[in-house]
Structure formats: C-alpha cells, structure tokens
Design a binder for this molecule. Structure first.
Ligand SMILES: *Cc1c(COP(=O)(O)O)cnc(C)c1O
Length: 415
C-alpha cells in the first residue's frame, strides 16, 4: 500500500509526508506511482489472454505525470474532450488506444480525433453520429464508432453519478440501437465496431454491471442477425473503491464474470476505470489553521477547502482523515474540518474523533480521483501543488499556482 505509518509518521511509499510538506508546503495532493501502476495492472492481468484494453478514464485525474506513468505500462485512455485528448498525446499516449466518450463532441474535437487516429468514438446520440459522419466525409476518412446504450439499470449509487437510467442524459435507448446501426452500417464514412455502456460511478455491487452486460449481449446477437458484426464491447468504468468500510467489488471476480458471459465469442473487452486506478493512490494534505469550539460544535479550520476537494460538499462523500503525525496530542473532540471559503457547504469532513492542535497536518485519504481535477479557483484561491512519489523519490508534478496565475488572463477596460 502506498500510504502507511512508519514510526507514527504517515508515509507515501518511502517518503515521510512531513518531508513533502517541508519541500512543497500545504495544501498538497500526493500520489503513489506504485499504487497507480498496481491498480491498473490488477485490471489488465485479470483478463489473462482474452483480447482487452484497459482505458484509464482521464477525468478522474488528468495530471500529465499520471497519464505518462500509465501510458508507459500500456494503458489506453478514455477521454471526454479535446483537452483530455491533447493531454494524453502530450503525455506520450498512443492515439490508437484512446476511446472518446462524452455527450457533446464538437466538430473541432471530432476532426482532431480523426486526424490523430483514435481507436473509437463512443457515440451518445443519432445527432452526434450524423455529425461524426459529416466530419469524416469532409476529411475523406472513416470513423470507428461504438454506440453507448442506456441499459436502464439502476447502479444504486449517488444520483449525481448514476448514468444508466432512462432519466439520465447518457446513451441511446436499447430499442433505438438497431435502426441507428442499420444507418451507420450503410455509410462509407462510419465503421460500426462496438457497443458500450457506463452506468454510473462508485458502484459497490457487480450485479448492475452484469445486468447491463446481458442487455448488451442481446443486442450483439440481434445485430449479428442483420449482419452487423460487433467486435468489441466497452463496459465503461464505475468500479467503486473503499472510502470508509464499504464492501467493494472484487475486480478479479468481476472480470471473471464478464469473461464467463462473453467466452462464446472473441469480443474484445474494454473497461474504462478511473476512480479504481487513482482513487486510493492519492491523499490530500492540509494544515489545521485554527480550532474553534462552541457549546455544540468543534470546528477545525484548515487551509484546504471545497475548491481544492469538492467531493464532500458536492456529493456528501466521506474521506478518512489521518493525522500526519499519529502521536500528536491536542484537544480531543469530534471535529468538523471546514475550509476558509465563504460557504456553509465548505467542509471536507464532519464529526471526526481526532486529537488536534493548531499547526497539525492531516491527510484526507483516497482523494486521488476527482480531487484535483474538480478543483477550482473559487474565492480566488490558487490551485494547490501535486507531487508524485515513487519509492524514496518525489517529484513536483504540478506547481502550486501563483497569485499572478489567478488573473493573468483577465483584462481591465481602459477608459
Ligand atoms: C466517468 C466515466 C468513467 C470513469 O468512471 P469511474 O467511476 O471513475 O471509474 C468511465 N467512462 C465514462 C464514459 C465516464 O463518464
């Protein structure tokens, strides 16, 4: 595991977090390269010799160093914008291992993706398919496509990250797939390759995934009858991680059940895990600025805030809080960790039994996914630094923003 105590100090691999604070200050995101790699390998190796591609979902953590590390071990990438496409290319990724998801791809994005030769567009609507066809036609090329189906299964996760129900904006209805693919099949500018789905995020049960797979496989058979051959299935991401004490999905068992269902044919399987690759491989380090207690409440005011780590405020999620120095003794209470931002929703954790003093450092665990990528400059707070640790090495992989960075693209009207 990338994060553990040695002599009562929290370490990232073989580096004491206290040394990282000395070098880079607080607040700070710290990632474990070994954990990221091992998490990805777990997916990759579970497939054995079955044709597959593990496409890391870039939106979970798009730091160039993260993308580069994954690209070096053979990862594919699931991208949702031209920004993510250019990032993965810059980080050394092979375009032919990229799938392009997202509900509103622009002509410009489609053109660039065709130019660099991505593996497949995950198409979310008829209108989008028409747009892709038009751009491919203008370029005199052919786009490889996969339709995202909405399998109408309940992922049993937070409503904001549930995506596979009819009421969600994602994908096309199962009943619309055959007519849409009949049209695509007749176009010289489109190559029908796959079917895909992504039913939500932070799933802790396998059954919704397998229900969705059954529906996808029914479609594969239906399409086969009209001579449309599907060569890959992309089952999306969404595999949950342990934030607290939840029971999570066993990745090997999940992939074994997928292979069990598809073993009749040689369909290539793509998965798009984001959170499961980077979530537990990152921590957010923050400092206690002030302690503030009244008759009802104990607040620890910290230097990190909802602009740095949005998940608790946005999804009411839980992150374990560990003291960087396990032996630190201070005021024992059930603390709410709140940031400096002028919003009541600005909390990172609530009601945590900790012994705190001003100046203590705390680590919010499992913040490698949807941590930095969802951060903002709200309240004109510069975005924090990111560090990657590998063994006893540490590298600043994103500099802390400066005050100048905050407004160097803004202009005053001169009159
Ligand atoms: C967000 C997303 C993912 C990654 O989800 P995780 O829960 O981080 O694994 C994969 N595919 C698509 C289409 C997504 O939107």
């Amino acid at each position: 595991m990338g994060f553990s105590y040695k002599n009562h100090i929290l370490y990232a691999e073989s580096v004491a977090i206290t040394d990282l604070i000395d070098a880079y200050e607080s607040p700070l995101y710290v990632y474990s390269r070994t954990d990221i790699e091992n998490n990805w390998y777990e997916f990759d190796q579970a497939f054995g010799t079955h044709p597959h591609l593990v496409c890391y979902a870039v939106k979970a953590n798009s730091n160039l160093a993260v993308l580069n590390v994954l690209s070096k071990i053979g990862s594919g990438f699931d991208i949702v914008s031209i920004g993510e496409l250019e990032r993965v290319l810059f980080a050394g990724a092979d375009a032919s291992r990229c799938v392009f998801s997202g509900v509103a791809k622009t002509k410009f994005e489609i053109k660039r993706a065709l130019e660099v030769g991505i593996f497949c567009f995950n198409v979310e609507s008829m209108a989008e398919m028409n747009r892709i066809e038009q751009v491919a036609k203008d370029m005199g090329t052919q786009a490889q496509i996969s339709l995202r189906i909405n399998p109408n299964v309940d992922a049993k996760t937070h409503p904001y990250i549930s995506t596979g129900l009819k009421e969600n904006k994602f994908g096309v209805d199962i009943d619309d797939v055959v007519p849409i693919y009949r049209m695509a099949h007749n176009s010289p500018y489109l190559a029908v390759k796959g079917l895909n789905c992504h039913i939500g995020s932070q799933l802790v049960e396998v059954s919704p995934f397998l229900d969705a797979l059954d529906k996808v496989l029914e479609l594969v058979a239906k399409l086969d009858k009209i001579n449309i051959r599907i060569t890959h299935l992309d089952l999306g991401g969404g595999i949950g991680i342990k934030y607290n004490n939840e029971q999570i999905i066993d990745i090997n068992a999940y992939i074994a059940s997928i292979l069990d269902k598809v073993k009749m044919n040689d369909l290539k399987i793509i998965l798009e895990p984001g959170r499961a690759v980077v979530g537990n491989a990152g921590v957010f380090v923050t400092k206690v600025e002030f302690l503030k207690q009244n008759s009802d409440k104990s607040f620890a005011i910290i230097d990190g805030a909802m602009n740095d780590l949005l998940r608790p405020a946005f999804y009411q999620t839980y992150h374990q809080v560990l003291p960087v120095n396990e032996n630190a003794k201070g005021v024992d209470a059930n603390w709410d960790l709140v940031g400096p931002i002028c919003e009541t929703g600005d909390f990172l954790a609530k009601n945590r039994k900790l012994s705190l003093s001003e100046g203590d450092y705390l680590a919010l665990m499992s913040t490698g996914a949807y941590g930095f990528t969802m951060s903002s400059n709200y309240n004109s707070r510069p975005r924090v630094a990111e560090v990657m640790v590998s063994g006893n090495q540490h590298t600043l992989v994103r500099e802390r923003e400066t005050i100048q960075d905050l407004f160097n693209k803004e202009h005053i009207i001169n009159d």
